[in-house]
Design a protein around this ligand. Structure first.
Ligand code: ZN
Length: 220
């Protein structure tokens, strides 16, 4: 199959994946987004992702993967479980959705292939405080190899945020000229509040700490 230089971005409407969307727009001629729902708390996330994609002039595709919420309990999809606000010493926080990124990348690769796209962009970061195993570079390399073998293709999974802290990710958004857009239009908050969010959930704390750090370093 002949590929053009196009990319598929896994996009949730959050800070990280939105920064990745604009990174992709800088690096590829054609970009489309894939937004995957899996029974997480807020339908608003989809609306946010769709609006950002439409405003950026890229194709938006929604995939319902709600079956993920039926496989095992976690606090993102089971609303009766209180969300861990901190990482337990000996395990992952209950916001961890086992297998999520492997499934997401598989869905993304199948869809990318159907569009003749070989570049897949995802906003995972090894520097992410939760330390989810499927956000690590080793896992991404392994998944990339597996997907290529599974489909006899030459996908390239791009992870522009892999080694960036949250402050670095704000810096990247600024470099890409979308600092205000990312700050004001994205939804990271687990309580479904756009922009600066509720201020007290784990995602808001992480986002705010990174933002404050970036703004302090910029002011120097
Ligand atoms: Zn929040």
């Amino acid at each position: 199959m002949k590929y053009n230089q196009s990319a598929l971005v896994l996009h949730s409407g959050g800070q990280d994946s939105t920064t990745c969307l604009f990174w992709a727009l800088k690096h590829f001629e054609q970009v489309r987004t894939l937004c995957i729902t899996y029974g997480q708390r807020h339908a608003l996330e989809v609306e946010v992702a769709k609006k950002i994609a439409e405003n950026a002039g890229v194709a938006f595709q929604l995939l319902d993967a709600n079956l993920i919420s039926k496989l095992a309990d976690n606090s993102l999809t089971n609303h009766t479980i209180a969300m861990d606000s901190d990482k337990p010493a000996d395990s992952y926080p209950n916001t961890f959705v086992p297998g999520r990124n492997l499934l997401f990348l598989t869905f993304a690769a199948v869809i990318a292939r159907s569009h003749g796209i070989r570049n897949i962009v995802t906003g995972v970061s090894q520097a992410d405080y939760s330390g989810y195993p499927d956000c690590r570079d080793t896992f991404i390399r392994s998944a990339n190899t597996t997907l290529n073998l599974a489909m006899d293709e030459q996908f390239i999974i791009h992870t522009p945020l892999m080694w960036l802290s949250k402050a670095d990710t704000w810096a990247l958004a600024d470099e890409l000229g979308v600092f205000d857009l990312v700050r004001n239009q994205t939804l990271t908050c687990y309580n479904g509040i756009v922009a600066d969010g509720c201020g007290h959930c784990p995602a808001c704390k992480l986002r705010k700490t990174g933002l404050d750090e970036y703004l302090r370093s910029k002011a120097k």
